[in-house]
Design a binder for this molecule. Structure first.
Ligand SMILES: *[C@@H]1O[C@H](CO)[C@@H](O)[C@H](O)[C@H]1NC(C)=O
Ligand SMILES: *[C@@H]1O[C@H](CO)[C@@H](O)[C@H](O)[C@H]1NC(C)=O
Ligand SMILES: *[C@@H]1O[C@H](CO)[C@@H](O)[C@H](O)[C@H]1NC(C)=O
Ligand SMILES: *[C@@H]1O[C@H](CO)[C@@H](O)[C@H](O)[C@H]1NC(C)=O
Length: 458
C-alpha cells in the first residue's frame, strides 16, 4: 500500500515538473488585455491576440510594461519634429521585434482604441500576401532575393503572429495633432529574415476540412476558416436531419447544433428477381422494399423484406437461386470453385461467373487468394439446395508481404522464392496441405488461373 502511495506521489511530482517545463504560462505572470485599463493598450493587445488565435497553435502575447516604456520612448522620438524632421518610420536600435505605423488623424476625436485598430489592421492586412509554403519550394518567386523580398513585404504580419514571441509592449505618440505613430515591440524577436524559422513560427490559418456527410455535400465554398459558416444539403431523394449549417471551430471541426445526416436508402435490383420499388429509387428512413424471384428461382434464406434504417438496409440483399441448385458462396479473398461448371467456362475461354448456381450433388472447392489461408472445410457438396457442413472462409495469412520480383514470388520475411504464389504461410497451411494432398496439384493449376481475379497482394 505504501509503495502504491509512493508511486502516486512521485507521479504527481513528475507531472508537476512536466507542467512547469512545458507550459510557459505556468511560470510567468501574464498581463492580459483585461489587466490593462488604457484603451489603446488593451485594444492593441487584444487585436494582436485575436489575430494570433486565427492561426494554428499560436499562443497569445503578454503585455510588458518595460517594453511598452521603450516603445513610448521611440514613439516620442518619431513624433518629435526636431529629431525626426521628415516624419519617417525609423527603426529603433532596441533588440526587439518591431512594427511601426504612421497615420493621419482625420478628426480630432480619434480614440486610442481606433489608433490601435488602424495599426494592427494595417499590419495584419499583409496576411493575404504571405505564402505559407514558400520555404518548401512552392514559393513562386525565383532565387533568394525574391524570397527575402517576399518576407520583407510581409514582415509586419509575420511579427504579429510570430509563434515564439511571448511579450509585447506598444505606445503611440502624436505629432502636431496631424498624424500619429504607433510603435509595437516584441520579444523574443520575430521575422528576422532567417527563412528556416518561418515554417515553425508563422502557422497556417485555422481551417476546417469540408464536412463529410454520407450522401450530402456543402453548398458554401471553402476554405472554411475559423468561425466561418458552412451550409450543407443532401443529394436528391435523401432527407436532411440535424442542422443545415455549422461553424468552424478552433480544433478544426465543425460545430453543428445537431450533427447533420442524410437519411434514405437506394433500392437495388437483384439478378433473376425484382424489387417492389423501382431500382435506383431512394426510399426514406423506415420504409421497406420487398424482393421476389423470377419463375424457376427461389430466394436464399435472407429476408425478402428489407427495411431502410437511417442510411442502410438492415439486411443484405437476398439472392435468387435456380431451383434445384445451390447459390455459390461468395467468399471475400477467395473463390468457391465448382469443377463441373467452371471447367466448362474455362474450356470456352469465358470468365467463371460468381453468380452461377451450383447443381445438386456438385462439390465446391475453396480456393483462397495469395496471402490468404483457408479456415474451415476445404470442400462442400450441394445437397437439397444447401451445402453440406459449413463452407470455409479465407483469412489473411500472418505473412502477407509477398513481393513479386521478375515474375517470382518472394516472401520478404524468410527470403523464400516461389515460382507460383504460395498457397499460404499461415498456421493452418500445414493442416490444409496435409489433409488434402490430392487436391494440391489441382489447386495450383486453378490458382494460376485465378491469380489475376483474386485480390493481389500489395
Ligand atoms: C472540438 O471542440 C468542441 C467544442 O469545444 C468539442 O465539442 C469537440 O468534441 C471537439 N472535437 C474534437 C475532435 O476534439
Ligand atoms: C437469370 O438466370 C439465367 C440462367 O439461370 C442467366 O442466364 C441470367 O443472366 C440471369 N439473369 C440475370 C438478370 O442475372
Ligand atoms: C464430391 O465429393 C465426394 C466426397 O469427396 C465424392 O464422393 C463425390 O463423387 C464428389 N462429387 C462430384 C460430383 O465430384
Ligand atoms: C465441415 O463439414 C462437416 C460436414 O461435412 C461438418 O460436420 C463440419 O462441422 C464442418 N467443419 C467446419 C470447421 O465447418
Amino acid at each position: 500500500m505504501s509503495s502504491l502511495i509512493n508511486t502516486y506521489l512521485s507521479l504527481v511530482v513528475v507531472l508537476a515538473i512536466c507542467g512547469i517545463s512545458s507550459g510557459r504560462d505556468l511560470t510567468r505572470n501574464c498581463i492580459t488585455e483585461q489587466d490593462l485599463s488604457d484603451p489603446f493598450e488593451s485594444t492593441v493587445l487584444s487585436l494582436h491576440n485575436a489575430a494570433r488565435s486565427k492561426h494554428e497553435d499560436t499562443p497569445p502575447l503578454c503585455w510588458s510594461e518595460s517594453i511598452a516604456a521603450d516603445a513610448k520612448t521611440h514613439a516620442d522620438f518619431l513624433a518629435d519634429p526636431e529629431q525626426n524632421p521628415e516624419g519617417f518610420e525609423i527603426k529603433s536600435s532596441y533588440m526587439y521585434g518591431e512594427n511601426l505605423y504612421r497615420a493621419k488623424i482625420l478628426f480630432s476625436g480619434t480614440t486610442g482604441a481606433e489608433i490601435a485598430r488602424g495599426a494592427v489592421q494595417s499590419w495584419y492586412n499583409q496576411e493575404p500576401l504571405y505564402n505559407y509554403n514558400f520555404e518548401h519550394g512552392v514559393y513562386s518567386g525565383s532565387g533568394k532575393q525574391r524570397a527575402s523580398a517576399h518576407l520583407y513585404s510581409t514582415k509586419k504580419f509575420t511579427q504579429v503572429v510570430w509563434r515564439s514571441s511571448e511579450n509585447m509592449g506598444c505606445a503611440t505618440s502624436t505629432r502636431h495633432s496631424h498624424y500619429y505613430f504607433v510603435v509595437c515591440l516584441y520579444t523574443p524577436e520575430g521575422s528576422k529574415g532567417d527563412k528556416s524559422t518561418y515554417h515553425d513560427n508563422v502557422r497556417k490559418k485555422i481551417a476546417c476540412d469540408p464536412p463529410t456527410i454520407y450522401k450530402g455535400r456543402h453548398t458554401t465554398a471553402g476554405p472554411f476558416l475559423l468561425d466561418q459558416e458552412v451550409r450543407v444539403r443532401c443529394e436528391e431523394g435523401y432527407t436532411l436531419e440535424g442542422s443545415k449549417q455549422g461553424t468552424c471551430l478552433k480544433n478544426k471541426t465543425f460545430h453543428f447544433e445537431e450533427e447533420p445526416r442524410c437519411t434514405g436508402c437506394e433500392v437495388q435490383g437483384i439478378a433473376n428477381g425484382s424489387a417492389s420499388i423501382e431500382e435506383g429509387t431512394v426510399i426514406a428512413d423506415g420504409e421497406t422494399v420487398i424482393y421476389s424471384c423470377d419463375k424457376g428461382f427461389s430466394l436464399d434464406s435472407a429476408p425478402r423484406v428489407l427495411q431502410c434504417l437511417g442510411n442502410e438496409f438492415i439486411h443484405s440483399l437476398p439472392k435468387c437461386r435456380k431451383e434445384g441448385y445451390c447459390l455459390r458462396p461468395e467468399l471475400e479473398n477467395g473463390f468457391a470453385y465448382a469443377r463441373s461448371i467452371d471447367d466448362d467456362f474455362r474450356y470456352r475461354g469465358e470468365d467463371v461467373g460468381w453468380d452461377h448456381n451450383i447443381p445438386e450433388g456438385e462439390n465446391i472447392t475453396i480456393i483462397c487468394g495469395t496471402g490468404y489461408e483457408l479456415v474451415g472445410n476445404y470442400t462442400a457438396t450441394c445437397r437439397g439446395e444447401k451445402f453440406s457442413g459449413q463452407v470455409g472462409t479465407c483469412q489473411l495469412c500472418y505473412i502477407k508481404d509477398l513481393k513479386t520480383i521478375y515474375n517470382r514470388y518472394v516472401n520478404v520475411y524468410t527470403g523464400m522464392v516461389y515460382d507460383r504464389p504460395p498457397i499460404c504461410f499461415g498456421p493452418n497451411a500445414e493442416k490444409v496441405s496435409a489433409s488434402s494432398n490430392s487436391h494440391i496439384s489441382q489447386l495450383l493449376v486453378v490458382l494460376m488461373f485465378f491469380s489475376y481475379t483474386l485480390n493481389p497482394v500489395t
